[in-house]
Design a protein around this ligand. Structure first.
Ligand code: DQA
Length: 144
């Protein structure tokens, strides 16, 4: 069984109602049910927090306990050296996820402190980016 953690940062608990023209009209809970059904061989661990330190604690707790992590740090992507340091400090592969195309938006979203610490980034493909990240991790990580 593959174990994959999904960690979502601030305001992603509001997906579905938050700026739907950018992030879509589907809640993460609804999408997550589809994701789980699509990957029955994966045990998912979903965590969302609006608090930077909680995201750091959760990344540390996931380390070596899952095969891979999908991290959408949301706005912390563009500000948090602390989360970037945590991604560098842990051994578990992390993929950076963004629902919107951050490179096509405001200038301050073009900087990611996290990207260079991740094995790769998926941006702008909507919620489907999470499924693509899972597919990649399944090809690259061994089962535990
Ligand atoms: C986001 C992009 C970030 O710039 C923004 O602050 C978010 C969501 C995305 O998934 O597109 O909250 O990470």
């Amino acid at each position: 069984m593959h174990k994959i953690a999904i960690i979502n940062g601030p305001n992603l608990n509001l997906l579905g109602s938050r700026e739907p023209e950018i992030y879509g009209a589907v809640s993460f809970e609804t999408y997550f049910a589809h994701l789980q059904a699509h990957f029955p061989s994966v045990e998912f661990f979903y965590f969302q927090s609006n608090v930077e330190g909680e995201i750091i604690n959760h990344l540390q707790a996931c380390n070596q306990n899952v095969d891979g992590i999908l991290l959408n740090a949301a706005a912390y992507t563009h500000t948090s050296i602390a989360i970037a340091d945590t991604v560098k400090a842990i051994d578990t592969p992390v993929i950076e996820i963004h629902i919107s195309n951050v490179l096509a938006r405001e200038a301050y979203r073009k900087t990611s402190y996290i990207a260079s610490a991740c094995i790769g980034s998926i941006s702008g493909l909507g919620l489907e980016g999470y499924a693509l990240g899972v597919s990649y991790l399944l090809t690259k990580t061994k089962t535990s």
